[in-house]
Design a protein around this ligand. Structure first.
Ligand code: ZN
Ligand code: ZN
Length: 353
């Protein structure tokens, strides 16, 4: 199949900086949409993939899966959107669309494996998939989202990963008016969890290790902040929460949080992949029918639902806009948690590179 050359920013190995490079995009098929990328959010997964922290990165690698742009071309069979529309792409660009998961709009759990927006394998061309740190992307219309017209485009980008990752568990565990929700960790994911849970009408508490994040959390809409290192403070919320969204991306002790779950409450991990240490104590789980669960991003229909909800409630991410040339510095700052709360690349900077 035909391809065209597109300007991008990526890396040739785990140990070198990202730099400008050329990549190939497949030509638009009948069901494809070509998007000129205007903004791309910077997710921790981008950094982990660029540096091969999880293994399996194929180089050159071009990260970026929080994509917002304008449609420049559509295939002959495309009905969902048209040239000139604003559109978004998240973490998935393809799946089998036939398995039980796909049939239930759970493409992120496709039995045959979904195709990631980057570091995946393009089913049409057999080439590596490249992410949003580039001029353009070509995606099957099923995986392209509509962007509410009232939202700031740059601040919408992080909804495509950080937003949906926290929205999906809020919906799955039926959070609504009066639900008591807690969030562990105030970063890209945590700040979206607070805003979305609040938007759904929940009473929202942030767990934080220090007092330093209290002011920010309350400004973002949290009703309370509990200092997790203060045992008396933790005891004051024992048995309180219906759902805890744990966004912490490294190994940590979840047992103190389980103690704060209500009967039948659930703690859902969305940020950390791996074994738990110290080990999970089942006693409070059995005695209170409590669950510890996990959740991965969200399906396409659910992502659209989240974007529409954000449009209605005027919810976007808190961002710091950067140029693509600043991406390596941005990665270093992310490692120090020095970002409130998401970097978003203004992709016009790539044109002038
Ligand atoms: Zn992500
Ligand atoms: Zn499938």
């Amino acid at each position: 199949m035909g391809t065209s050359i597109v300007k991008a920013f990526g890396t040739e190995s785990p140990t070198v900086d990202l730099k400008q490079m050329n990549i190939q995009r497949r030509d638009v098929t009948a069901t494809d949409i070509e998007i000129e990328i205007l903004y791309c959010g910077v997710c921790h997964s981008d950094l982990h993939t660029a540096r091969n922290d999880w293994g399996g990165t194929v180089y050159p690698a071009v990260p970026g899966h929080e994509i917002v742009g304008k449609i420049t071309k559509v295939g002959s069979a495309v009905t969902k959107l048209k040239v000139g529309d604003f559109a978004a792409v998240g973490c998935l660009v393809d799946s089998c669309q036939e398995c039980e998961s796909c049939k239930q709009d759970l493409e992120q759990y496709c039995i045959n494996g979904f195709v990631g927006t980057y570091n995946g394998k393009d089913k049409h061309s057999g080439m590596q998939t490249f992410g949003g740190y580039s001029e353009k992307v070509v995606v099957d219309e099923h995986f392209v989202l509509k962007v509410p017209s009232n939202l700031d485009l740059a601040a919408t980008a992080p909804l495509l990963c950080a937003g949906i990752t926290t929205w999906s568990p809020l919906r799955h565990w039926k959070v609504g008016k009066g639900s008591k929700v807690a969030v562990v960790g105030l970063g890209g994911l945590g700040h979206m969890a607070i805003k979305l849970a609040k938007g759904l009408g929940a009473e929202v508490t942030l767990f934080s290790r220090t007092q330093s994040k209290e002011k920010d959390a309350l400004e973002l809409g949290a009703d309370a902040v509990i200092i997790s290192t203060d045992q008396r403070h933790m005891d004051s919320v024992k048995g309180k929460f219906d759902l805890i969204i744990d966004t912490v991306p490294y190994v940590h002790d979840v047992n103190p949080y389980v103690a704060t779950l209500n009967i039948s409450g659930t703690l859902v991990l969305v940020g950390y992949l791996g074994g738990l240490e110290p080990i999970l104590n089942t006693v409070p789980m059995i005695l209170g029918r409590k669950s510890v669960a996990g959740s991965l991003i969200g399906g396409i229909a659910e992502t659209q639902e989240m974007l529409d909800f954000c449009g209605e409630h005027n919810i976007v991410s808190e961002i710091e806009v950067i140029k693509i040339q600043d991406i390596n510095t941005a990665y270093e700052r992310m490692l120090k948690s020095d970002v409130r709360y998401r970097f978003v690349i203004d992709m016009a900077s790539l044109k002038n590179a």
